[in-house]
Design a protein around this ligand. Sequence first.
Ligand code: GDP
Ligand code: IMO
Ligand code: MG
Length: 427
Amino acid sequence: MGKRLVVVGVQWGDEGKGKMTDFLGQHANVVVRYQGGNNAGHTITFDGQKFALQSIPSGIFHSGVKNIMANGMVINPPAVLKELEALRGRGITDFQLFISDRAAVVMPYHLLLDGAYEAQKGDKKIGTTGKGIGPAYADKYSRIGIRMGDLLDADYFAERLGNALTVKNMELQMLGLSPLDFESLYQEYLSYAKALRPYICDTAALLHSEIVADSHILFEGAQGVMLCVDHGTYPFVTSSSPTAASVPLGTGIAPKHIKYALGICKAYTTRVGSGAFPTEIEDDTAHYIRERGHEYGTVTGRPRRIGWLDVVALKHACRISGINWLAIMLFDVLSEIKTLKICTAYELDGEIIDYVPSTFSACQRCRPIYIELPGWQEDITGIRTFQELPSQAKAYIHTIEKLTQIRIATISVGPDRTQTIIRRTVF
Ligand code: GDP
Ligand code: IMO
Ligand code: MG
């Protein structure tokens, strides 16, 4: 029976989805990115080498695997070409990549508008990655977007670009920016189309044939459920939905083909960009975790905000994505901390609550209620079985399982592919 598993970040992104997708990708026939764009930064480490992927799926290092960038993504053609060049430059040449003809294109005006909207917001800015993601999705839904397949038909592309540029140039000028020249943009994107043509196809049809062939398919989410445009900490979110519910729409297969979702969760919490973060800490422990976990953004290099594990947000994310199992990541980073805290509820205006409020204003007022657990002093990066973990580490894992009522299938104790403890095979 063909296995199908969705890999979903269940916090605010950077949970280690890249590591787990690459790890599980060893057993996959197909790996599919279903949303987001090059706002993602997925790090993969093996054989002493470290790679950071942005748009390209994390199955790319396994030569037999078909890697699909599906219709739910927003794709920046020069950025993809750069990524491909970087991979080839490091000897990764034996791969299979397919890009959906229905995926939206990120255009230069999207990047300019992303920056301009952020500047307009002043200190209320979202802290986007500046990759034009929000404006590209907005155009898709306004129906003035350009899709990857459009680039392959020069006349049709001219018409689509003409339509879009009329509106976009007005917007740019309103924001005090210079309008873009049709001809140079047109020629530039035709040249990208030429380079990417071999990869562009109907990926939904390809996926369908893989389902008929009973293939093992892994769906790789970007970002995390708390950054979901519907279910995250709006408006401090991204512009797509990283939830498992996004998979059918974002890939063109029926929901009935997807049964299982693996939630990727750090042993603590991080967030990049603005927005509420009830368990955020800014003390010596935060500093210790940031340095030990190298908690600096893969895409922007920004220091990530650090906090304790927030089980209120985690349960919210797991419920929405129908998470069957969790993978606890960066567990090694918690070594040598005397006392660990886990947030089990919030206090909001004098009331104890166990849900994530819908408004930023209420989320900002949430005060975390913690349980405390003793930490462990040992370095656990060399451990490969659950039994060998220090008793305090085992207790931390059991506590998360008890609080979430979800089995922890995998524990990651280092960035390398091999630094992985498997308690249950899920793919
Ligand atoms: P993603 O966006 O969810 O793929 O995560 P990122 O790659 O942005 O961030 C996760 C970071 O943690 C990367 O630098 C990984 O190499 C690293 N990492 C993943 N798992 C572990 C782990 O178990 N321990 C440690 N120390 N680092 C890890
Ligand atoms: P991966 O896949 C962490 C955050 C940005 C910002 C907000 C909106 O590596 O986990 P955007 O550029 O999407 O409009 O920014 O979302 N963000 C991420 N944070 N990991 C990511 O991806 C992110 N992608 C976007 O920092 O707060
Ligand atoms: Mg990342």
